[in-house]
Write a protein that binds this ligand. Structure first.
Ligand code: CUA
Length: 325
């Protein structure tokens, strides 16, 4: 029951953080290895348990009986058997393990791979595409095309982990680690930083959207475009645009054509994301206002300072940001 509850806790509204439902070639290889090793382990367990049961119930003395005769102190046949047996088992386990290690870390990018730069920050993820598109905490990739992630850190060690798309890969300052895979099933897969990186390590989440190639191309085009124009008729949002342009937000956040900050996430297409605060909150106007007014409540230790605005001004700013599709 406790285990069932613990496992249920890993499910994000129908999107499980499971390693047992692979949706990429890499995750499938790891799953195959897991099953192969588990089968060998099960065979060994069965042999050990059988030997144990035999020893306890068959080869033991009963009350009143003499102790059974012990085997000869050296038996060459037995010596060879229990040296070769474990060696064989180790070989059966190590061969597929080593094969999977090399397979999962190709030195070169596969032909036609889409290379995406991933920068880990305390506590959010930045994704930069080769065509200039840039987003935060929500990675879009096309299905059935090799993806090569180039993982960098802006500060300390993090670890990139999307259980359904593959194993963890450390993100280490001063070097670029790679993660290469082909996602095979369109859908949304939750990810999480898997290396303790400070107060809000647990709040360093993200989402990977595996899109059909056409949908990905559409998304990419939209991200490359400038920010959504604020219709002159939308008074609230155009007031919000002015509030943003004159706020300290511009120091850290970029909205292309409006501000040049780069310390925090690029907000040019903020309204097109489903979540905010590194996947912690759903992207709704209420949550955006809550986040801006008190980031520490959602993400303790976050670098973002609170921006205290009277209600109407906050509503205008939120309307502007949500309009940045
Ligand atoms: Cu980043 Cu834990």
């Amino acid at each position: 029951m406790a285990i069932a509850l613990a496992i249920a806790g890993c499910s994000a509204s129908g999107h499980p953080m499971t390693t047992l439902a692979p949706k990429s070639n890499l995750a499938q290889w790891i799953q195959n290895l897991f099953i192969e090793v588990t089968v060998w382990d099960a065979i060994i367990l069965a042999i050990v348990v059988c030997a144990f049961i035999l020893a306890v119930f068959v080869f033991s003395s009963r009350v009143g009986e003499a102790a059974p005769a012990s085997a000869a102190s050296s038996d060459l046949g037995l010596e060879i058997a229990w040296t070769l047996g474990p060696t064989l088992v180790l070989v059966m386990i190590s061969v597929p393990t080593i094969r999977t290690i090399f397979r999962s870390q190709p030195a070169l990018a596969p032909a036609g791979a889409l290379e995406i730069k991933v920068v880990a920050h305390q506590w959010w993820w930045e994704f930069q595409y080769p065509d200039g598109a840039k987003t935060a905490n929500e990675l879009h990739i096309p299905a059935d095309r090799p993806i090569r992630l180039l993982l960098e850190s802006a500060d300390i060690i993090h670890s990139f982990w999307v259980p359904q798309l593959g194993g963890k890969r450390d993100v280490v300052p001063g070097q670029i680690n790679e993660l290469t895979f082909v996602a095979t099933v369109p859908g949304m897969y939750p990810g999480q930083c898997a290396e303790f990186c400070g107060l809000s390590h647990a709040n360093m989440r993200f989402r990977v959207f595996v899109d059909l190639p056409d949908d990905f191309a559409k998304w990419d085009r939209a991200q490359l475009a400038g920010p959504a124009a604020t219709p002159a008729t939308d008074l609230l949002a155009s007031n919000g645009a002015k509030i943003f342009a004159n706020s300290p937000c511009t120091t850290c956040h970029m909205i292309r054509g409006i501000s040049k900050g780069y310390i925090g996430p690029d907000l040019t297409h903020f309204g097109s994301r489903t979540t905010l605060a590194a996947g912690v909150l759903k992207n709704t106007p209420e949550n955006v206002a809550k986040w801006i007014g008190n980031p520490q409540e959602t993400k303790p230790g976050a670098n973002m300072p609170a921006l205290l605005l009277p209600g109407p001004k906050m509503n205008a700013l939120v309307a502007y940001l949500e309009g940045l599709k």
